[in-house]
Design a binder for this molecule. Structure first.
Ligand SMILES: [Zn+2]
Length: 856
C-alpha cells in the first residue's frame, strides 16, 4: 500500500511491514530519507572551498577496459594488484572498516586461496587510486568465457534471435553487478562486498558452487577511493559521482559505465547509507519514462521484498539496536524518492540491461557529526550493523537472480528486443505488482530517429562531434551517412549522423536526446534534477524525425569524424567562441602567449600564429575562419579568482582557465589581487563578511578587474559591492530544468543555444542604463522539461520569470566589466553548450575592463 503523503511519510511507514497490515503502534520516528542528505537548493553553498582540494585535471584511464590486453581470458584471472602504501589517516580506520590501502592485499590473498575470484583494475580515481573490479564465478576456460561473451553480445545485438533460442538462457551465466561505496563517506558497502566475496570464495557448500556455475557476480569494491580515504561523499574533484551518469565527467563514473556496458548485468545494487530503517528501492513516482517499466518493476519489487526479508531475518530491532525495519519507497511512500533522472547508478543501469536495480541505504549513521562526535565503540557497533545489512542485501539479490535465472535473462532480452524492433512504449498495466497505480504510469513517444546534421544546418560541428562521441561511449549506436538522404521532410548532407531509434539501447538514446517533460503538474516535490537534454544543452543541432521511412546508407560510428580546420590564405584567423572546445583552443593559444584580440564573440589571431592555430585546430577539433581584420580589444590569458562550487571550478579548469580558488576566509587572510583579471562569484564569498582590509583590497581590484557572478550568492555580491544596477529576483528554490531563452545582442550570450539550464533560477529587474540584457527567459512558460512550480504565495514561478532577463552584462561606474548569470551554465559539468557563455563573459570582462567605458 501507498501512504497518501510525501517524503517524511517513508519513515513513519516503517511500521507497515511486508504483510501490508498496519502495525498498531508506530515506531519512533526515524530520520526522514533524503538521498544521502545531499544537495538542496543551496547545493553550492557548502561546496565553497571544496574546490581548493581539487587538483589539476588528469588524463582519464579506464576508457579502454573492454579492449585491455588480457580481457579475452578465462576465469580466474589472478591479477596481482599493486598494494598501495599504508595510509594511517584513512578515514575508514576509525570505524573498524578496511582502509583503501588494505583492499588490494585482501583481494590478492583471496585470488591465491580461491579459483573463483578474479580482480582487475578498471581505471583510476581523480586522485589516481586504482579502481578494483572483482568477478566471482565458477572457473571458466578461455573458450567458455568466450561463449559467455558471445551470448552476451547476441542478447544485445540479436535479441529477437536470442529470445527464440531456448537453450541460450540455460547456457548463460546471469551477470549481477554490486557497486560499493560510490559515496566515499558511506563506507560499509565495500566491507560488505569483501565479506561476501570471501564467503563465496571459500564456501564448501555445493549450493554455492551451483550458484557460481549459473551466475557471474561483479563487485566494484569501492567506486570512490578518494572519498573513502578522505571521508567525503565526493571524489577528489569534489563531484558527487552518483549524479554524474548522464554526463560522465569523472573517471570513476566512466569506469562504472564501462563495467555495465561490458558485463550487461541483469540486476544491480548500489550500496549507500544512511537511512533508518534501511531504504530499499524500487522508488516512488515519477518513474523514468524511457524504462521498460513492466519488465523492471516485476523484478525489482520482488527483489526489494526479498532484500527486506533478508534484513529482517538478521533480527535487529529498534529497541535493542536502534535499527528500524526496512522501507520500500514504491510501497511505503507517495513521492520524494523517484527514479526520474538517470544520473544515479541504479537509474542508469536499466539502460544497459538491468531489469532490477536498487539503491540500498543502510541504517546506522556514522558520517558527518556522528563520525566526529560519537565514541569509537559506538561507531564500530553501527558500522558492523551496516555491513551485516548490506551483505544481506547482496546475498538476497544474487539468490533472487539465481531463483529466476531464465526469466530474468529473458526479461533483459525483451528490453533489447523491444528497442531493436522499435516498438511503441508499452503502457504498464495497473496492478502489475501490488500498488502499481495510475500515479506510477509514465511513458514517452519514441521518435523514428534523431539526426545530427552536417553542413550549414549544424550549429556547431565541434559540439556535434562531442555529442556523437558521448553517445557512442554510452553504447548508443550512431551511423554516419555516406550519401545525402531525406528524413522527416528534410534533406541532409552526407556526413550527417543518424541515431536510428530501432536499436537495443534506444531507451538510453532517448533519455539523452529527447527534450524531456515538464512534470511540475504531476509531482509535488522532486528529489534531484528533473530536466536535462543533451540535444538542447550540449550545443549541437539535433533534429527529431518523428515518423516515416528512414533510408540511410551509413556506416557505424566508433568515433566522430575530425572537425578541426584552418582556411588557406595568409591573413589573420578568427575562432568563434561557441563551444567548449573552442574555449580550450583559445586558452591554449593564450597560454602560449599568442597575440590575440577579442572581437565580438570571436578571438582573432594574426597570420603569424597560423602554425599554432593549426595545432589547436587539430587538438581540439575547432574550425578557424578568415578574419575580416585583425582589429579588436587585446586579449591575454585570463587569470581567474573564483569563489565557486566544486563543479564550476572543475569546469573552468577543464576549459583551460588558470583559476585560483578564493572565499571570504581566503580574502580575509589577505589576498594578493595582482595576479587576477576577473573574479567569479557564485559560492562562499560574502562582501558583507569581508573585514575592512580585505574589502579595501577587493575594492582596489574592482577598479581594474572584471566580475562574473551566478546565483543568489553572486547577486548579493553584485549588490553589496555596488556593481551593476539590477535587482535579483529568486525563483522557487527547488525549481530546475531546461528552459527556453531568447538571446540579446550582447557579448556573452550572442548566438548561444536557445535553451539554458536552471537550478534555483533567478532573473534581473530594475536594470540601470549601463546594463545590457544578454539573455531572457522565453515568454509564456519557459520550462521545457523539469520541475518548476510557484511558491505557495504565487511568486517565483515560470510565469513570473517569463520574458525577464536571465543574464545581464554591463560596465559599472569604475569601468569593471560585469556579467550576472541567473541560469546555471556550468551545472555539474553537464550543459556543455552553455559553457562558452561563461568563457565569453571572462574574455569580454578581461579584455574591456580598464578600457574606456564607451568600448562595450
Ligand atoms: Zn549515498
Amino acid at each position: 500500500m501507498r501512504l497518501p503523503v510525501a517524503i517524511a511519510a517513508v519513515a513513519v511507514s516503517a511500521a507497515l511491514l511486508t504483510s501490508g497490515v498496519a502495525v498498531a503502534e508506530p515506531v519512533q520516528q526515524p530520520a526522514p530519507p533524503s538521498r544521502d542528505f545531499g544537495n538542496g537548493p543551496d547545493r553550492n553553498e557548502e561546496a565553497a572551498g571544496a574546490g581548493e582540494r581539487a587538483s589539476a585535471l588528469r588524463a582519464a584511464p579506464g576508457e579502454d577496459f573492454r579492449r585491455r590486453p588480457g580481457h579475452d581470458q578465462g576465469y580466474p584471472r589472478r591479477n596481482t594488484l599493486p598494494v598501495p602504501a599504508e595510509n594511517p589517516a584513512d578515514a575508514a580506520i576509525k570505524l573498524g572498516l578496511v582502509p583503501y590501502h588494505g583492499i588490494a592485499a585482501k583481494l590478492n590473498d583471496l585470488q591465491r586461496r580461491s579459483d573463483r575470484v578474479s580482480a582487475e583494475i578498471t581505471g583510476r580515481s581523480h586522485n589516481g587510486h586504482d579502481l578494483y573490479l572483482v568477478t566471482v564465478t565458477a572457473p571458466e576456460s578461455r573458450g567458455e568465457a568466450r561463449e559467455q561473451d558471445r551470448i552476451r553480445e547476441r542478447i544485445e545485438n540479436d535479441p529477437a534471435g536470442a529470445a527464440r533460442d531456448r537453450k541460450l538462457v540455460k547456457k548463460y551465466k546471469a551477470p549481477v553487478f554490486f557497486n560499493g561505496n560510490i559515496h566515499g563517506n558511506e563506507w560499509e558497502g565495500t566491507d560488505a562486498v569483501l565479506r561476501v566475496i570471501e564467503e563465496l570464495a571459500t564456501s564448501t557448500d555445493p549450493r554455492t558452487a551451483a550458484l557460481l556455475g549459473r551466475t557471474r557476480l561483479y563487485f566494484n569494491v569501492t567506486a570512490n577511493p578518494d572519498g573513502r580515504i578522505a571521508g567525503t561523499r565526493q571524489n577528489g574533484a569534489g563531484f558527487d559521482l552518483n549524479r554524474d551518469f548522464i554526463t560522465a565527467s569523472q573517471p570513476e563514473v566512466r569506469a562504472m559505465r564501462q563495467i555495465m556496458i561490458d558485463t550487461q548485468p541483469v540486476a544491480m545494487l548500489d550500496l549507500h547509507g544512511y537511512v533508518n530503517g534501511t531504504l530499499v528501492e524500487p522508488t516512488t513516482p515519477p518513474h523514468g519514462a524511457n524504462y521498460e517499466y513492466d519488465l523492471f518493476i516485476t523484478n525489482a519489487y520482488p527483489n526489494g521484498l526479498g532484500i527486506e526479508a533478508a534484513i529482517l531475518a538478521l533480527g535487529y530491532t529498534p529497541e535493542a539496536d536502534g535499527v528500524f525495519p526496512p522501507q520500500i519507497p514504491f510501497r511505503d511512500s507517495a513521492e520524494g524518492w523517484d527514479d526520474w533522472p538517470p544520473i544515479f547508478t541504479p537509474q542508469y543501469a536499466p539502460f544497459q540491461g538491468a531489469v532490477a536495480s536498487h539503491t540500498i541505504e543502510f541504517p546506522m549513521r556514522v558520517n558527518g557529526s556522528d563520525y566526529t562526535n560519537r565514541p569509537v565503540e559506538e561507531l564500530r557497533r553501527r558500522s558492523a550493523i551496516n555491513v551485516d545489512i548490506a551483505a544481506a542485501a547482496v546475498r538476497a539479490t544474487y539468490a533472487f537472480v539465481d531463483s529466476r535465472h531464465d526469466r530474468i535473462i529473458a526479461d533483459q532480452i525483451e528490453v533489447f528486443r523491444r528497442g531493436a524492433a522499435g516498438e511503441p512504449a508499452k503502457e504498464v498495466p495497473l496492478g502489475i505488482v501490488p500498488g502499481f497505480g495510475p500515479e506510477d504510469v509514465y511513458t514517452t513517444t519514441y521518435p523514428r530517429a534523431y539526426v545530427i546534421p552536417a553542413g550549414n544546418a549544424q550549429r556547431s560541428a565541434t559540439a556535434a562531434a562531442r555529442l556523437v562521441d558521448h553517445l557512442v561511449a554510452n553504447d548508443v549506436r550512431v551511423e554516419r551517412a555516406k550519401l545525402p538522404f531525406r528524413a522527416g521532410g528534410k534533406t541532409y548532407p552526407a556526413g550527417s549522423y543518424v541515431v536510428d531509434m530501432r536499436q537495443p539501447k534506444r531507451g538510453l538514446a532517448n533519455v539523452m536526446l529527447e527534450p524531456g517533460q515538464d512534470i511540475s503538474p504531476r509531482v509535488d516535490a522532486m528529489y534531484d534534477i528533473s530536466g536535462w537534454s543533451h540535444a538542447l544543452l550540449w550545443g549541437a543541432t539535433v533534429d527529431t524525425v518523428t515518423s516515416g521511412s528512414l533510408h540511410v546508407l551509413g556506416v557505424p560510428v566508433s568515433a566522430a569524424a575530425p572537425t578541426g580546420s584552418v582556411p588557406d590564405g595568409r591573413g589573420p584567423l578568427a575562432l568563434a567562441v561557441r563551444d567548449a572546445k573552442e574555449v580550450r583552443a583559445v586558452n591554449d593559444l593564450l597560454s602560449q602567449g599568442v597575440e590575440a584580440v577579442w572581437a565580438d564573440g570571436a578571438v582573432v589571431v594574426p597570420a603569424g600564429a597560423r602554425g599554432a592555430a593549426r595545432t589547436v585546430a587539430d587538438r581540439y577539433g575547432v574550425a578557424f575562419t578568415k578574419a575580416r581584420s585583425g582589429d579588436g580589444v587585446p586579449l591575454t590569458a585570463v587569470r581567474v579568482a573564483a569563489a565557486v562550487s566544486a563543479d564550476e571550478l572543475f569546469t573552468l579548469r577543464e576549459l583551460g582557465f588558470a583559476v585560483t580558488p578564493v572565499s571570504t576566509a581566503v580574502l580575509n587572510a589577505g589576498f594578493d589581487w595582482s595576479g587576477t583579471d576577473v573574479l567569479v562569484v557564485s559560492s562562499g564569498l560574502s562582501y558583507a563578511a569581508l573585514d575592512p582590509q580585505a574589502r579595501a583590497a577587493l575594492d582596489a581590484f574592482l577598479a581594474s578587474g572584471g566580475v562574473v557572478t551566478r546565483g543568489g550568492t553572486g547577486a548579493a555580491f553584485n549588490a553589496a559591492a555596488g556593481l551593476l544596477t539590477a535587482t535579483s529576483v529568486a525563483g522557487r528554490g527547488d525549481a530546475n530544468g531546461v528552459v527556453r531563452v531568447t538571446n540579446g545582442d550582447g557579448q556573452v550570450a550572442g548566438d548561444a543555444p536557445a535553451h539554458a539550464f536552471v537550478y534555483s533560477p533567478r532573473w534581473f529587474t530594475g536594470l540601470g542604463p549601463e546594463v545590457t540584457v544578454e539573455q531572457s527567459y522565453a515568454a509564456g512558460d519557459p520550462l521545457v522539461s523539469g520541475h518548476w512550480r510557484p511558491n505557495p504565495d504565487g511568486t517565483g514561478g515560470q510565469d513570473a520569470a517569463a520574458g525577464q532577463a536571465a543574464v545581464v552584462s554591463g560596465r559599472d561606474e569604475r569601468g569593471a566589466a560585469v556579467v550576472l548569470f541567473g541560469t546555471e551554465p556550468l551545472f555539474r559539468n553537464h550543459p556543455k553548450g552553455l559553457f562558452p557563455q561563461v568563457a565569453r563573459a571572462l574574455y569580454w570582462s578581461a579584455a574591456v575592463t580598464g578600457s574606456p567605458v564607451t568600448t562595450r
